[in-house]
Design a protein around this ligand. Structure first.
Ligand SMILES: *[C@@H]1O[C@H](CO)[C@@H](O)[C@H](O)[C@H]1NC(C)=O
Length: 506
């Protein structure tokens, strides 16, 4: 009811039943947000962290199966290489999924694509679950690749599906839920990896196969949510089912205003096709925006925050934390990100994107420096390991408060309807490619640079903060960074977060 009219316009009052219909609306929308999130960014976070606990067991397993097959044991460098492949095939699959997602979403629709997407994770779980029995570490490799495709498809379709289905004033708030689902996935993955739960040496096949559970939850929840009304109208031209979906989402209130807007938009975009990613590259009008997207999306992975989760115990060991305690501290890292994902929503209202990004990366640079110093003094002073750990926590907190939440919404804000899908495709591919690069390099960076392992990430943080700072000095850049509240079609975050809270309270 309320959602059907835009703020400021006189809204048709529905008389009795308004409150009830609002409740139905919020229930369907919350169900939709949860169902899409659990198969999208939740899977991303979960798969990043579950691989951390069984590091040693999988390395032993690889060595043993090789010894059994060929009669020769493997060198430690080869084992590290295979293991880092096991970690990195996940982002490689994610890249594939991100590319698959576009055509899938157009052919099958948003909801059906998400449902079908769970086939990948079921296959992945079966493969890894039986890999030990089959004495084949290749099955782990394949399983990680399939789990990556699942996360890649889910993460790309999730914002599309939710953005198209949420009422205008909630779009920004809904977009921010994806960072919270990532963080929730990270933490639950770490909890599942506890020795007391699924992290015991023998139970790694079960732990790695447990990513089928969120997939099954999505299979149960998602059929109750309607297909995106926008998709039904714009891509399928089906006015009737669009109206039905809209009614279901808006709680059977009056949807005529929104329907009229949708029809007007359908008429307006007729004949315009979305720009291809390569068309964006040669378009001087969007060069500045494109460069910003490339820098910010790359920096988000190249700063090492997400890769760290897969190698957390590695770093904690390097820092000199007692081995039997590491697993509990690791849960602290995920909890930091979860806490900040929730507070970032509130901060964005006050501070604005530029401050959050420059401030976030600058703070991260400071922590990286302190971490490096503390690590090199580790053997002199007994409390240094804990200072190292504190720096890692602070690094994650700084990342979560600024870059993590803000980077994802920027493509929505600086591109228009025609160029946005291409911008998302570019930033999605960059995310997975860079996660792959950093993920593969990480153990070698830790091995090779030792105490100085965070210096490459320090360089990335300083570079990004400097880029955003300098872009502010240029005319066009300043216009964007200053316009915190102006945004295209109601995706601005201030206000929408408040609307979201209002809805939850209703
Ligand atoms: C592989 O197993 C052999 C025999 O058990 C052992 O000597 C060797 O150190 C192991 N290699 C690695 C890298 O763990």
């Amino acid at each position: 009811m309320v959602a059907a009219s835009t703020a400021g316009e006189p809204r048709p009052l529905g008389g009795q039943g308004t409150r009830r219909s609002r409740q139905v609306q919020s229930r369907v929308l919350i169900l939709m947000v949860c169902a899409a999130g659990i198969g999208g960014t939740f899977q991303y976070g979960y798969n990043l962290t579950i691989i951390n606990a069984p590091t040693a067991s999988i390395q032993v397993f690889v060595n043993e199966t090789w010894l059994e097959r060929t009669g020769h044991p493997l060198g430690s460098r080869t084992v590290t290489l295979i293991w880092s492949f096991i970690v990195s095939l996940f982002p490689l699959g994610g890249l594939m999924g991100a590319l698959l997602a576009g055509p899938m979403a157009i052919k099958l629709g948003r909801r059906k694509s998400l449902l079908l997407n769970n086939l990948f994770v079921v296959l992945a779980a079966l493969l890894v679950g039986f890999s030990q029995m089959a004495k084949s570490f290749e099955m782990i490799l394949l399983s990680r690749f399939l789990a990556g495709i699942n996360a890649g498809v889910g993460m790309s379709i999730q914002p599309m599906y939710l953005g198209e289905s949420a009422p205008k004033q909630l779009r920004g708030g809904v977009a921010l839920t994806s960072a919270s689902f990532t963080a929730l996935g990270l933490v639950l993955g770490q909890v599942a990896g506890l020795r007391e739960i699924l992290g015991a040496e023998e139970s790694w096949p079960l732990l790695l196969a447990s990513n089928v559970v969120p997939g099954l939850i999505q299979l149960v929840l998602l059929p109750w949510a309607p297909e995106s009304p926008r998709y039904l109208l714009m891509d399928q031209g089906n006015e009737e089912s669009c109206l039905l979906a809209l009614r279901k989402l808006r709680g059977h209130g009056d949807v005529s205003v929104e329907m009229k807007e949708l029809l007007a938009e359908q008429a307006a975009i007729r004949g315009k096709t979305p720009a291809a990613p390569w068309a964006l590259l040669w378009n001087p009008a969007v060069r500045w925006q494109l460069l910003s997207i490339v820098v910010l999306s790359s920096a988000m992975q190249l700063c090492g925050n997400d890769s760290m989760y897969s190698y957390a115990s590695y770093i904690f060991e390097e820092a000199g934390i007692p081995v039997d305690k590491i697993q509990y501290y690791i849960i602290g890292t995920g909890s930091c990100e979860l806490a900040t994902a929730l507070t970032c929503n509130l901060l964005v209202d006050r501070a604005g994107r530029r401050v959050l990004i420059i401030g976030g990366y600058s703070l991260m640079a400071v922590w990286a420096i302190v971490f490096t110093v503390a690590l090199s003094l580790r053997d002199q002073l007994s409390w240094m390991p804990y200072l190292c750990m504190g720096c890692l926590f602070a690094y994650i907190l700084s990342f979560g408060i600024g870059p993590a939440g803000v980077t994802g919404v920027i493509p929505t804000e600086i591109f228009d309807q025609v160029t946005r899908p291409a911008a998302y495709m570019i930033s999605g591919s960059l995310l997975w490619t860079n996660l792959f690069l950093v993920g593969t390099a990480f153990p070698f960076i830790v091995d090779g640079l030792g105490h100085y392992c965070y210096l490459p990430f320090l360089a990335v943080c300083i570079g990004t903060a400097a880029y955003v700072g300098f872009s502010f000095l240029r005319r066009r850049g300043r216009a964007f960074w200053k316009s915190q509240k102006s945004s295209t079609n109601g995706t601005s975050i201030p206000g929408s977060m408040r609307a979201w809270l209002r809805l939850l309270k209703s």
